[in-house]
Design a binder for this molecule. Structure first.
Ligand SMILES: Cc1cc2nc3c(=O)[nH]c(=O)nc-3n(C[C@H](O)[C@H](O)[C@H](O)COP(=O)(O)OP(=O)(O)OC[C@H]3O[C@@H](n4cnc5c(N)ncnc54)[C@H](O)[C@@H]3O)c2cc1C
Length: 353
């Protein structure tokens, strides 16, 4: 029996498995390895941290299928030359490998940032952030560093969860979400102004101490600080003997294989792609990897060129009632955008993507 080993049960690998299963050749099996016995729906970790969703609501069961072996534990080493991975103390050999282990916070070597901030990049980080927020006294101050999608979502969700808190959102640029139309940025900014969240533009955090951040020449006293200002692949991927591109992500060929190790693929946040990492990119790339694997398993030649990865747009929430979307170059704001986001999540949990 030949073995496809999928490391990480996130958006990328689950899409690959979903697409491979109906046509999986009889002489192949899939082994899915994750440190958790369920998928943590990462796009909802902001709600887990803010306390508006329970952990049960951000979990999805892994596929149950005779062709899929599920193994749980921490992957500590990937040996691309020997074609095996190490799960805790056990070595597991593969014929094909898909690395989809996701990313963690990146602190850009800012003194104190790792030690004195909370995160929402992993389930464990989100649980710790939830506990820290829960322990805050009335009228406490919370700083959120980074006003990308996850920073905006945690800031707005937290506002909805705790009207007493003073919330400061440190934004690097002059306007929120500068890659989208001004109308979208203005909508988000107005929501924050109306809901008493202070946006601090042109932020450059240079140092973090317990209960204090230093921003350019100013300092801000905070009860807790949440970090959403950059990501990098997990350590076991950063240790690979491969070429790394923007953001420390693994450089791949057009078939999403690691050059020189063509039986190994990388999917999702660990892969250097032309698009910024997102669940949507991980799933679209996953579809292509499944296609490539099907061709390779049949022994057929690969196409000369692979199609571009197509994206539908972006969806973001501002609490439970409002949101924003940029779809097919159109800006959608308000309740409709929020309903679209809830609908996407609902479909995902149903497995009907
Ligand atoms: C708050 C927040 C909101 C977001 N909102 C959106 C959104 O609205 N839309 C969007 O498209 N994207 C969004 N994203 C980004 C999206 O969540 C990621 O891009 C996506 O999850 C990446 O998928 P992936 O398959 O690479 O890995 P992940 O989904 O991160 O899965 C990686 C898996 O690997 C496992 N793992 C990691 N290390 C190990 C190890 N050493 N051993 C064993 N298992 C391990 C983890 O447990 C995890 O299950 C958001 C992210 C955050 C944090």
């Amino acid at each position: 029996m030949k073995k496809i080993v999928c490391l990480g049960g996130g958006y990328g690998n689950l899409r690959i498995i979903q697409k491979l299963l109906p046509k999986l050749p009889k002489d192949y099996s899939i082994t899915l390895i994750d440190r958790n016995p369920y998928q943590g729906v990462k796009t909802e970790y902001y709600a887990l941290a803010a306390g508006t969703k329970s952990e049960k609501e951000v979990r999805v069961q892994f596929p149950k299928n005779d062709a899929v072996e599920l193994l749980f534990g921490k992957v500590t080493h990937i040996d691309l030359s020997g074609k095996f991975i190490t799960l805790e103390d056990e070595n597991i050999h593969y014929d094909y490998l898909v690395i989809g282990l996701g990313c963690i916070d990146k602190y850009h070597e800012i003194p104190g940032a790792e030690a004195h901030t909370y995160g929402i990049q992993t389930l464990n980080d989100s649980r710790e952030t939830f506990n820290a927020i829960g322990a805050l006294k009335p009228n406490a101050s919370v700083g959120i560093v980074g006003a990308g999608l996850s920073g905006i979502e945690i800031a707005s969700e937290l506002r909805e969860a705790r009207s007493d808190l003073k919330i400061k959102l440190f934004d690097r640029g002059d306007r929120i979400l500068p890659m989208y139309p001004v109308r979208l940025s203005n909508y988000v900014k107005t929501w924050f102004t109306d809901n008493d969240v202070e946006i601090i533009p042109y932020s450059n955090i240079v140092k973090v101490e317990p209960h204090k951040v230093y921003n350019n020449e100013d300092s801000h006293d905070l009860d807790i600080c949440i970090w959403t200002a950059g990501v990098q692949p997990v350590e076991v991927v950063r240790n690979l003997p491969v070429e790394f591109g923007v953001g420390g992500r693994v450089v791949l060929n057009q078939y999403h294989q690691i050059p020189d190790y063509e039986d190994a693929f990388v999917v999702g946040d660990c892969a250097a792609l032309t698009h910024a990492p997102s669940a949507q990119v991980a799933e679209s790339q996953g579809e292509q990897i499944a296609d490539v694997l099907q061709i390779l398993m049949k022994g057929d030649p690969l196409p000369e060129t692979m199609p571009d990865i197509k994206l539908k747009g972006v969806l973001g929430s501002l609490g439970s009632k409002e949101g924003f979307a940029y779809l097919k170059e159109r800006t959608v704001t308000g309740r409709i955008a929020r309903m679209l986001k809830s609908g996407v999540l609902w479909m995902y949990k149903l497995g009907g993507k």
